[in-house]
Design a binder for this molecule. Structure first.
Ligand code: SF4
Length: 91
């Protein structure tokens, strides 16, 4: 498959690992950077949230099947919660 991305979509991947996802990943970093600092979750919180997402059956190639959000963007908002009931993100 010369010139094409032969990677297979992975439902457990975040944006950068999704085939062709580099541009999306860069865009998400831009959006996250635009969140006012006082409303942005800190790095440790984001990492813990995304670890839960990566272990979750609702993760689908960087988006949450329950809410439709890009999980990296959702996890970057301090006030956001996991939409599952009960929530899967650490408190
Ligand atoms: S249900 Fe929660 S843990 Fe699962 S992908 Fe969505 S936000 Fe992440």
């Amino acid at each position: 498959m010369t010139g094409q991305d032969a990677r297979v979509p992975c439902p457990r991947c975040l944006s950068a690992q999704v085939p062709g996802g580099e541009a999306l990943s860069a865009l998400l970093r831009q959006w996250i950077g635009a969140i006012p600092e006082e409303r942005r979750a800190d790095e440790a919180v984001r990492r813990a949230r995304l670890a839960a997402c990566r272990a979750c059956a609702h993760l689908n190639a960087g988006t949450c099947a329950l809410c439709g959000c890009y999980v990296e963007y959702r996890a970057a908002h301090a006030a956001q919660r996991c939409p599952d009931a009960p929530g899967r993100w650490p408190a």
